[in-house]
Ligand binder design. Structure first.
Ligand code: MG
Length: 459
């Protein structure tokens, strides 16, 4: 496999044994550590003075141990002390960065990517991925091999901490009414795809008095199906719901930041509904702002508007959403891919937060999950990716601006046009010659109309 190692804003991702090797991992750890040292001790930091602390967690992939050890070695070589959190979720690491007062956190995960991949995801001391300019700086240090090594007596030490799950669960329980949910004795089906979510999620559901039918809950890293929690990949969960007459089914990705839901009839309801349902509960209690990216469903705007609230739209990328959430003091945030963020737990997408909020909504309303979904209303969405010639993406954006003159335009990330019956988001890719087109509307015909208009511009 000769795919390129991807170094982006959210860290490194590659194929283990091909381009993601222990030496790459150690040097990436050195680059991040050097960046942190300069941030805290100034640009000529050599590693003396007070020590920095970084915590590391990993998802269940077999290669996780190897990469974690390599990254930890890189950090220790700079005089940074490392706290090994073991096998935990991405949100769990964000929780512990705050809990332990770390200057940064690292998650060894390739999220929903297939098993041959792994990755190194970086978090700053606020639990959020570095912003673009800082991510670029870390990348440059990696390529320049600019590492602030220390001598032998000053090397960092590795200690372990096994309190992530307990801290994480406590924080999630603090945002819901545990007694109210427990009183309902919900039957819940769970598919953790043999990732990091199984153990902690089963403990959370036990605390919430649920009777759980779990599949793929052992964190073996040998994914029982393609790990992205899409309709095609979580069919077995629908069967488990039906056989066990469960009230709801939850599917996670390997690092448990994304959540998809199956209703009481075993039907997949679509990842866009995860954030909408969580927001429906939050906005039923108070009003305020929500944050999400430009490619996420309008359902969130409808829910916020009903409560007198407002939605902040950001460029695509979890860190953009999380930073907007902090900046605007949002009461809920997330992404249409099943990522829900509640700052009271952490600034990271968290399936445990989504699960708790949705169960709370069911408990308080006494409604089934399919009833709650039908109350939100239905939109049709299509996500497409079209190949374009170099330079053509820019032309398409200009043409679209001239075509959709009646629409409300947002140019934060490509162009998003809002119409009365729907919206269209056109995003040129930074890494490949394609444009991504996302359209959502109240009818399938309207979606097709917007997609056709773009196709006409491309050809
Ligand atoms: Mg993920």
């Amino acid at each position: 496999m000769d795919e390129k190692l991807i170094i982006s804003i959210s860290g490194v991702r590659g194929i283990v044994g091909a381009n993601l090797t222990p030496s790459i991992a150690a040097e990436y750890g050195c680059a991040f550590g050097t960046f942190l040292k300069e941030r805290f001790f100034g640009s000529r930091a050599t590693g003396h003075g007070s020590r920095l602390l970084v915590c590391i967690g990993r998802d269940s992939r077999t290669s996780g141990q190897m990469l974690k050890s390599a990254v930890a070695a890189g950090l220790c070589a700079l005089g940074i002390d490392v706290i090994d959190l073991g096998l935990v979720t991405t949100a769990g690491v964000a929780v512990m960065v705050g809990e332990l007062g770390c200057s940064g956190g690292i998650v060894i995960t390739a999220s929903h990517n297939p098993i041959q991949y792994n990755g190194i995801k970086l978090l700053l001391g606020n639990g959020i991925a570095p912003p673009l300019d800082q991510a670029e700086q870390i990348k440059q240090y990696f390529f320049d091999k600019r590492f602030a090594f220390v001598d032998s007596p000053n090397c960092g030490k590795v200690t372990s901490n096994e309190l992530t799950d307990a801290n994480h669960i406590n924080r999630v329980l603090s945002i819901v009414d545990k007694e109210a949910i427990s009183a309902k004795k919900f039957k819940v089906a769970l598919d953790s795809v043999n990732g990091a979510g199984g153990r902690v999620t089963k403990k959370l559901l036990a605390e919430l008095g649920c009777e759980v039918s779990a599949i793929n809950d052992e964190p073996t890293g040998l994914f029982a199906h393609a790990p992205e929690p899409t309709r095609e990949n979580v069919k077995e969960l629908g069967e488990v719901v039906k056989v066990n007459r469960a009230d709801i089914g939850f599917a996670q990705d390997p690092d448990a930041d994304r959540l998809a839901i199956v209703d009481e009839a075993g039907a997949y309801i679509g990842e866009e509904y995860t954030l909408a349902l969580a927001a429906k509960y939050i906005f039923s209690k108070r009003t305020g702002k929500a944050a999400t990216n430009l490619s996420t469903s309008r359902m969130l705007d409808d829910i916020a508007a009903k409560a007198g609230g407002q939605v902040i739209r950001t460029a695509v990328g979890e860190a953009n959403v999380a930073n907007a959430m902090l900046e605007h003091d949002c009461i809920i945030a997330g992404e249409g891919n099943g990522g829900v963020i509640d700052l009271r737990v952490s600034p990271v997408r968290d399936s445990l937060v989504g699960i708790a909020l949705v169960l709370q909504l069911m408990a308080e309303t006494g409604k089934t999950i399919s009833q709650l979904v039908s109350e939100i209303g239905k939109y049709y969405m299509r996500k497409d990716k079209f190949a374009v010639e170099p330079g053509q993406a820019k032309q398409i954006l200009e043409l679209a601006k001239k075509t959709f003159t009646g629409a409300k335009l947002n140019t934060t990330d490509g162009c998003r046009f809002d119409f009365d019956d729907g919206w269209l988001h056109i995003r040129p890719s930074n890494t490949e010659p394609v444009v991504r087109v996302i359209a959502e509307a109240t009818s399938k015909e309207a979606v097709q109309k917007y997609i056709d208009a773009i196709l006409k511009m491309i050809h």
